[in-house]
Write a protein that binds this ligand. Structure first.
Ligand code: ATP
Ligand code: MG
Length: 593
């Protein structure tokens, strides 16, 4: 099939020499500078012709791999009535993240942030028997989320393209099979997209459900932190890491707790220094990990209720906001501010101790501990008196709590929950999320079918998402150099970028002939046929735009050759004019197959 070439003389494209002022990440800068996208509002972008081609290529790969596992494509509206979201509780749960609007009669609508309700209700509408299942359906569609921090261009948009699919099965074994099929499709998809990724254990967040994995593009600038074991194959988003719990220690015979004056110790380090100077240990020096830091936060529930929460963590660790966030979802975390302290006069800021907290029953404030703080461990912690800390306060003996929480940061060298060896941390961009949703939505929306025995059973579902527009940015983030973008062939906006240089008519005639010959073979060509643009500018644009194969028609013609340059490796070769079409066809097809 012949594909008409894009000619730069008429293409709706303007490359920019300057970086956009609001762009922090290379992918964002380059996609704007190379003329792929234009910002309209925070987190909202226009796709220009080159950008739209890349987006369509990503969609095509996603679609092909979904179709290959028998999933069927449909398309739901983005504009949705409120009622189904009320039935699942998400009209409230989503809080400020939803774009809400009213129609002329005053009825509430929303722009869909995700479509579980629609998928579930539509299947309920049409199907009623186990014979109808299994079923997997998907769409590739715009989603709307009023993200608190739209970021990095397409990476975290407020309007973005997502592929979402759902599987419907009568039983757990069916769900597992559907999940495995999707997992396989995702591996193929992400391999084809051409970036480095890892598959990590994940939490299932606001959606509920059990088994859950994320596909993260490895990227220094990613928002997600994950760990992998240096020894076994354990890998997890830090949000999903479960700290190995040490054995509880018997506290028989441990010394009694004693409060001591610790003036001028506003930080953990100053406290540790003071302890070593004034209350030295005989076995070793005091360390930050011997202190117990009690942090207060405010949990803001979707209905607006504000609930104070105290978290006790070893003093050498910070609270990780994302880990904490994942634990309290769909509620959100806010700072415990001066006003909150004023309303809780029993809490002495800077010296909050576990004894005054003592758990919900005692203080009215929920108090949760890092899982490492097991019974029998001894701590230096606040004494609830300004300028005093208590030493040898023993967990289980001297204070009570409401349980544990996974909220402390995970660090390089931490123990692997699987094999006990060292973990290492790295960053990534969440590209896809697959999980076994189970029966939550089916129950809320009463999606049942008759089983083999004529009994009504609730359907079990899987949920599978891919960030399609995010993938464009993630690939750009992983595939660029100092000169511009370097697209993997499968998603590049064109296969070949033909650059005609100089003023010679013969050059343009040859370049046009080559372009037409390639187009006739179904190869997509970006043809720089601009007459009054210098070769230097054309080369710069070619590097910036990042088509994988650049062909330079110019001076070489006198010697009967045309130059092929590989954008990624920088390798150049001169090919005789009469062999150029074949050489390019095999380069394009060879690499694609
Ligand atoms: P995140 O934690 O990054 O906000 P999420 O858990 O909310 O993601 P899902 O609801 O699972 O995301 O959505 C499925 C996929 O859609 C994600 O894996 C991600 O690739 C993509 N995605 C989610 N939010 C955005 C966004 N604001 N902009 C672009 N892509 C997004
Ligand atoms: Mg999100």
């Amino acid at each position: 099939m012949s594909t008409p070439a894009m000619r730069m003389s008429t293409l709706f494209l303007r490359t920019l020499r300057e970086d956009p002022a609001d762009a922090e990440l290379p992918s964002h800068r380059l996609l704007v500078r190379a003329g792929y996208i234009r910002r309209v509002a925070p987190g909202i972008y226009t796709w220009l012709p080159l950008g739209l081609r890349v987006l369509r290529n990503v969609e095509r790969i996603v679609r092909e791999e979904m179709d290959a596992i028998g999933a069927q494509e449909l398309s739901f509206p983005a504009l949705l009535p409120k009622e189904p979201f009320e039935a699942t509780g998400r009209w409230a749960e989503y809080g400020e993240n939803i774009f809400r609007l009213k129609d002329r009669k005053g009825a509430d609508y929303l722009l869909g942030p995700t479509h579980e309700e629609m998928f579930t209700l539509t299947v309920k509408d049409l199907y009623g028997s186990y014979k109808d299942l299994p079923l997997s359906i998907y769409q590739i569609q715009l989603k709307y989320r009023d993200e608190a921090r739209p970021r990095a261009g397409l990476l975290r948009g407020r309007e973005f393209v997502m592929k979402d699919s759902y599987s419907f099965d009568v039983d757990d074994a069916g769900l597992q099979a559907s999940y495995d099929a999707h997992r396989g499709a995702y591996i193929k998809m992400f391999d084809r997209l051409g970036f480095d990724y890892v598959i990590v254990k994940a939490t299932s967040g606001a959606m509920g459900g059990s088994a859950s994995e994320e596909f993260l593009a490895t990227a220094e600038n990613g928002e997600d932190t994950y760990v992998r074991c240096t020894s076994c194959d354990y890998a997890a988003n830090v949000e999903a890491v479960k700290v190995p719990v040490p054995q509880a220690i018997s506290y028989d015979g441990l010394p009694a707790a004693h409060a001591e004056n610790t003036p001028d110790t506003p930080t953990i380090q100053t406290l540790v220094d003071h302890l070593n100077a004034t209350f030295p240990r005989t076995d070793r020096d005091w360390q930050a990990g011997d202190t117990l830091k009690n942090v207060l936060v405010m949990v803001v529930h979707p209905d607006g209720r504000r609930e104070p929460l105290a978290i006790g963590v070893p003093g050498d660790r910070e609270i990780d906001e994302k880990r904490l966030g994942a634990q309290v979802e769909p509620a959100e975390i806010e700072a415990f501010d001066e006003g909150d302290f004023a309303r809780n006069p029993a809490l002495v800021k800077g010296y909050i101790g576990p004894e005054v907290l003592g758990g919900q029953a005692k203080s009215g404030i929920r108090f949760l501990l890092d899982p490492r703080v097991v019974d029998g461990t001894r701590w230096v912690t606040g004494a609830n008196v300004p300028g005093q800390h208590v030493i040898d306060l023993v967990a289980g003996r001297d204070f009570t709590t409401d349980g544990t929480i996974e909220a402390a940061e995970v660090r390089d060298g931490d123990e692997c929950p699987n094999c006990g060896r060292a973990l290492e941390t790295a960053r990534g961009i969440e590209m896809g999320h697959i999980f076994q949703l189970g029966r939550k939505y089916a129950e809320a929306l009463e999606l049942k079918v008759l089983d083999q025995n004529g009994k009504l059973v609730t359907v079990t579902m899987g949920s599978y998402g891919v960030g399609v527009s995010r993938a464009v940015a993630a690939v750009a983030e992983g595939c660029h150099d100092e000169f511009g973008l370097v697209w993997p062939r499968e998603i590049a906006p064109a296969d070949v970028h033909v650059v005609a240089t100089g003023k010679d008519e013969a050059v343009f005639a040859k370049a046009t002939e080559l372009t037409d010959a390639l187009a006739a073979q179904g190869i997509s060509v970006l043809y720089d046929d601009r007459r009054k643009v210098s070769p230097g500018v054309k080369f710069k644009d070619a590097e910036l735009i990042g088509v994988p194969t650049i062909v330079i028609v110019g001076k070489g013609l006198e010697a009967g050759t045309i130059e092929i340059k590989n954008r990624a490796s920088g390798d150049r070769r001169h090919v005789p004019v009469d062999q150029i079409v074949d050489a390019l066809v095999s380069e394009v097809r060879g690499a694609a197959s």
